[in-house]
Ligand binder design. Structure first.
Ligand SMILES: [Mg+2]
Length: 178
């Protein structure tokens, strides 16, 4: 896969609630990997909102849900203990994502990773050849410095995406950045 293509998700949605999960089911998706920070909880929160909690519980009827987070165990456990999880996943490295695929027990084309970062979530998913859905971070201002740094690099890379894949950029990245 060409370098810049690795930063393009399959779809973009403003948040986890707006994703077209029915279409995912029709496409044969059986497991959803959710990033934790800024995807299902903000950095300055420790627990899911009631809305998110109820929403994921409903989704669980149709999908096997796995949390794949780069955060430490204590944080992931506190936030999403009711789901199987991979902590310290070190996305975009592959071992955490591979572990999640094994935990899911499905083929790679039957899982989708949903996350708020191009550099870790989308890049990692594309490297492993699994689908990814990009969403807007819940709260940008609560970012850790490492995430801010990632966003800085992401901005540079996304300029390259814009130049080489203008159509995909307009559709999937522009609404994410604005
Ligand atoms: Mg995140």
């Amino acid at each position: 896969m060409a370098f810049y293509k690795k930063f393009i998700p399959v779809s973009y949605y403003p948040n986890i609630f707006d994703i077209d999960y029915q279409t995912l089911t029709k496409q044969g998706v059986k497991s959803l990997f959710f990033d934790l920070d800024n995807t299902i909880i903000a950095y300055d929160e420790q627990k899911m909102s009631e809305k998110t909690f109820a929403f994921l519980k409903e989704l669980q009827k149709d999908f096997k849900i796995i949390i794949v987070s780069n955060s430490q165990k204590s944080r992931v456990k506190l936030a999403a203990d009711q789901y199987p999880y991979v902590h310290f996943a070190k996305k975009p490295l592959l071992f955490g994502l591979k572990k999640a695929v094994r935990m899911a027990g499905f083929e790679k084309d039957e899982v989708v990773l949903i996350g708020d970062q191009v550099m870790t979530d989308v890049f990692g998913a594309n490297r492993l050849k699994i689908k990814s859905i990009l969403i807007k971070p819940i709260k940008k201002s609560s970012d850790k410095w490492i995430t801010s740094l990632n966003r800085f690099f992401a901005k540079c890379i996304l300029k390259g995406v814009k130049k080489r894949y203008p159509k995909a950029y307009k559709e999937l990245i522009e609404p994410y950045e604005n």
